[in-house]
Write a protein that binds this ligand. Structure first.
Ligand code: ATP
Length: 891
């Protein structure tokens, strides 16, 4: 299928002005979205604007600012410029090719330096926006409904220097009254790792009224903005859709009331709008994920992981209330990721009218098998079948009264919104922001407004109107008690996750299959440990128990099997495995061909009917060996499935393997710390070395997630010529910096990108060539990249994919009883088809079981990776957004 977008597609636009705003509740990753829209917009030759405070800023425009400016203009003649002076001064800037633009900006910055204290490439306000410069809600005039106090109080940025010389001197410490601001490349530098939204957000009642939207239209036209990217929840996107729908009539009214000229009415007859979904609830239909959802899940899991140990110590019950008004996504996914006992979600209230009994029955069963702690997660919008809200305290009362449990309620509240974005909430908004710009630039009056979504790993454009309508339909279905319909509007992943949760938490005998269908399922880990391996094993064991199968753990891979290190696992034994890193079963790189006969004999002696292998390239290779030996060894004529798990993400055909997300998060944590050091010592380039074998996944996605300026991968290698150009880029970049604030920069280098240009050699070259412009250091992340605690995404992905794997095994299995009933006849049925030995793969928007031969076809066996990788273009994108492409071209 089509993969994530890259930098080179789409049309060359005529010059446009693109504005971006964030609206509604803030969410982690909004800043990365703004950065991507701004930088991609500039790279595409457009002028970029930010609109502060969401719709409120658009309605207000810069009128208040103009008033302030006029009042002081008499004393400071140089300040009597239009509200966004950069606009007129750089009118021709965007028309140039990127290389020239940056070079000119450099020249200009030197000139400007004399006139005014400019930051090069900085037409405005980056630091100002970050530092907040003392602004608060009062500064922006009349009270606004629950206006966030500008959300700009990020104290983490040391530099309070005013970059925006285009602001009159009396306003230099504030952007008071200025809501629509032209921004430059460097204004969004370092935004990737910041939580919340640096450009502010609000709820704006005025925009709900036509009069407010009329003012918004007037402001857009007066600034000549014809493209608008809106990042917010369903409310904000509804507003966006309204504005676009009404646009012709708004323009007409503005013309009739002489608020705009005839020429303006003609030029701005159309407004292009695109929506990016920023919401922690993950409640938008037609996309698997919203920007900020996964980070919120991180915060929830961190909290519940901590609660779990104290709950266990005191044998307590904890009720944890999480966000989600109409959407149980956070509750559900947190339930899976933390191994909770029970969850409440709005879409699927407990089946019985008496939820109290239903819940107590589950918890009682868990206690009966020996659990010492009970965790119940409840979404804030949870309801019973009669739409009566179910609150944390209600649940607590029931647990105390009916089960006699020492119970505490924890409401996580706003901690869920906070904190720095996780890896995926940097990558997703970045690729979606890029796609948003492409969608805006290719829009015509006939195309609908799009919302940028994601389906598994495919970035999608869906009609905004439809997505909003379907989202609202969920709430309506819930109101009408049509819970099945509410579920059907959620993406398929949601239903599957719910199924996985139920399978992992139930001890209900109803789910058991008939005795003749029960299997002995072996589970083993192969290769290096990866985050999520244990979560997958837990899910497999729990599924087996729920269905009446026997889960057999093979410890220490094929070595362990040959030593007969096989043990049946119990439901309780795996209880805490979701949160554990490494491999609880033990793993190594030994392949089954070390002693195929011995392996076959062990399969036979343990009566293994099905096999789940969790691991990376070796695990797939093992599958290939076992499958090709089927004709010689009947005990391999069983269904076998491989679940890819490796931080290198080098298993062919699958877009993601377990562990790769944990690893990326370990990388961004390390890089955030390194960047701080790099910035503190100024002018320092850090060459950060990553693991990943011959696969550049971690390096590439890592560079995209941390805003690395250069990226080296084994796929592309390193040449002297490339190094020369990269040095040229860095020199140019630091020359530009000389006139403003210097920065530390990150270069992400995969350890196997070159045998000759090792990290040490490369660091020395950069040091030498940087001369007095920049210095270089290196840092090797080594095994830290395996991560400690697996990320929530890896844990939940593990559960969902394992559920599919187990269903696959059941589908292709022939049970011992079935086999016995054939004894004495000629042909005993077996699982011998190529389809019954497969790897589970995520391919674009689909999950596909790929038989061994298909994976082989896609494999580059020499380099132990896929022949084609979806992230290849991401390297170019990282370097484009890092500024390399603009400065020295894209060779
Ligand atoms: P979250 O998911 O965090 O709640 P949201 O975008 O859904 O985010 P809302 O408060 O619903 O948050 O909407 C944000 C703003 O979008 C509103 O304050 C209002 O300005 C605008 N908006 C919402 N609904 C509409 C509407 N029906 N018509 C016009 N504007 C709207």
């Amino acid at each position: 299928g089509q993969k994530a977008p890259h930098a080179t597609q789409s049309v060359q636009p005529k010059q446009k002005k693109i504005a971006v705003l964030t609206s509604g509740g803030d969410s982690a990753g909004m800043n990365a979205a703004v950065r991507a829209v701004v930088r991609m917009g500039i790279a595409r030759g457009c002028q970029a604007y930010i609109i502060r405070e969401g719709w409120e800023g658009l309605v207000r425009g810069n009128t208040e600012y103009n008033e302030a400016a006029t009042a002081t203009a008499a004393n400071t003649p140089q300040n009597s410029q239009p509200a966004t002076p950069a606009l007129s001064r750089n009118a021709s800037f965007a028309a140039l090719p990127p290389t020239q633009r940056l070079a000119n900006a450099n020249k200009a910055s030197k000139k400007r330096k004399v006139e005014q204290p400019y930051g090069p490439l900085t037409f405005g306000f980056g630091d100002l926006l970050k530092d907040g410069a003392g602004e608060n809600a009062d500064d922006i005039g009349a009270p606004i409904d629950s206006m966030s106090p500008l959300g700009l109080g990020q104290a983490s940025h040391e530099n309070t220097a005013v970059a925006g010389a285009s602001v009159p001197s009396d306003s230099q410490k504030t952007l008071k009254g200025m809501y629509i601001v032209r921004v430059g490349w460097d204004d969004v530098r370092g935004w990737m790792g910041e939580g919340g939204t640096l450009i502010g957000s609000s709820r704006c009642p005025a925009f709900r009224q036509r009069e407010g939207r009329l003012k918004a239209a007037e402001n857009l036209i007066s600034f000549g903005i014809d493209c608008l990217a809106v990042c917010g929840g369903d409310g904000s996107l509804t507003g966006a859709d309204k504005l676009r729908g009404e646009w012709p009539s708004l323009v007409k009214e503005l013309l009739e009331t002489k608020r705009i000229s005839k020429e303006q009415a003609e030029t701005y007859a159309h407004l292009n709008i695109v929506g990016l979904v920023g919401s922690i609830d993950n409640d938008m239909a037609m996309t698997d994920l919203t920007i900020g959802g996964i980070t919120a899940l991180h915060r929830i899991c961190e909290a519940i992981d901590s609660i779990s140990s104290t709950a266990s110590s005191h044998s307590r019950a904890f009720v944890v209330e999480v966000m989600g008004r109409h959407c149980g996504w956070l509750s559900l996914l947190a339930g899976i990721a933390t191994g909770a006992d029970y969850i409440f979600i709005p879409e699927q209230p407990p089946k019985s009218e008496k939820w109290e009994e239903e819940m107590c029955e589950v918890l009682r069963a868990h206690r009966r098998v020996g659990k010492r702690k009970s965790i119940v997660i409840v979404a804030e919008g949870a309801l019973d079948r009669n739409l009566k809200p179910i609150k944390g305290d209600d649940i607590k009362d029931v647990l105390v009264k009916q089960l006699g449990l020492d119970t505490r309620v924890t409401t996580l509240g706003h901690t869920q919104r906070g904190g720095k974005p996780c890896a995926w909430d940097r990558i997703l908004p970045t690729v979606q922001g890029v796609e948003a710009v492409e969608a805006l630039l290719s829009a015509t009056p006939e195309t609908p407004s799009y919302m940028i979504g994601i389906s598994e790993n495919k970035i999608t454009r869906v009609p905004l109107l439809e997505a909003v309508a379907q989202t609202q339909a969920v709430a309506t279905a819930i109101e009408n008690k049509d819970f099945d319909k509410a579920m059907s509007y959620r993406d398929p992943e949601f239903a599957e996750s719910l199924q996985a949760f139920i399978a992992s938490s139930t001890l209900d005998e109803r789910f058991r299959v008939a005795p003749e269908k029960r299997l002995r399922v072996a589970i083993l880990h192969v290769g290096a440990p990866a985050g999520g391996m244990n979560a997958a094993t837990r899910q497999a064991v729990r599924y087996c128990v729920a269905r009446g199968h026997t889960p057999l753990a093979i410890h220490n891979g094929f070595d362990g099997l040959l030593e007969d290190n096989v043990q049946e696992l119990s439901w309780l034994r795996v209880d805490t495995w979701t949160t554990r890193g490494g491999s609880e079963l033990g793993t190594n790189r030994t392949l089954p061909d070390v002693n195929l006969g011995g392996v076959a004999a062990a399969f036979q002696s343990h009566g293994i009917d099905a096999l789940l292998m969790i691991g990376g390239f070796e695990a797939w290779h093992s599958l290939q060996i076992l499958e090709s030996a089927r004709s010689n060894y009947p005990s391999f004529q069983i269904p076998m499935v491989h679940l890819p798990a490796t931080l290198s993400n080098n298993v062919p055909l699958t877009d993601f393997s377990l562990g790769s997300d944990t690893s990326l998060n370990a990388l961004i944590d390390a890089c955030d710390a390194i960047r701080q050091s790099a910035s503190a010592s100024r002018n320092r380039v850090f060459v950060v070395e990553t693991q990943g074998g011959m696969s550049g996944y971690i390096a590439t996605l890592g560079a995209l997630a941390v805003g690395g300026v250069l990226c080296y991968t084994p796929e592309d290698g390193i040449s002297l010529d490339l190094l020369r150009k990269d040095v040229e880029f860095l020199r140019k970049r630091y020359e530009l910096d000389q006139h403003g604030k210097s920065e530390g920069r990150l270069v992400i280098k995969s350890e196997k990108s070159s045998k000759v240009y090792t990290t040490e050699v490369m660091t020395n070259i950069l040091k030498e060539e940087g001369k007095d412009l920049f210095d270089a250091r290196s840092a090797s992340l080594g095994h830290t990249l395996q991560g400690g605690t697996p990320s929530p995404l890896d844990r939940t992905r593990a559960a969902r994919l394992t559920l599919r794997c187990m269903q696959f095994l059941e589908e292709h299995a022939v049970s011992p009883l079935q086999k016995n009933s054939y004894k004495g006849r000629n042909k005993v049925p077996t699982s011998n088809s190529p389809q019954s030995a497969a790897s589970i793969t995520i391919q674009g928007s689909q999950i596909i079981f790929a038989p061994v031969a298909d994976v082989l076809k896609a494999a580059d066996m020499k380099n132990r990776r896929g022949k084609v990788t979806w992230w290849k273009d991401m390297k170019a994108l990282a370097e484009l957004l890092g500024g390399r492409t603009g400065l020295i071209g894209d060779q």
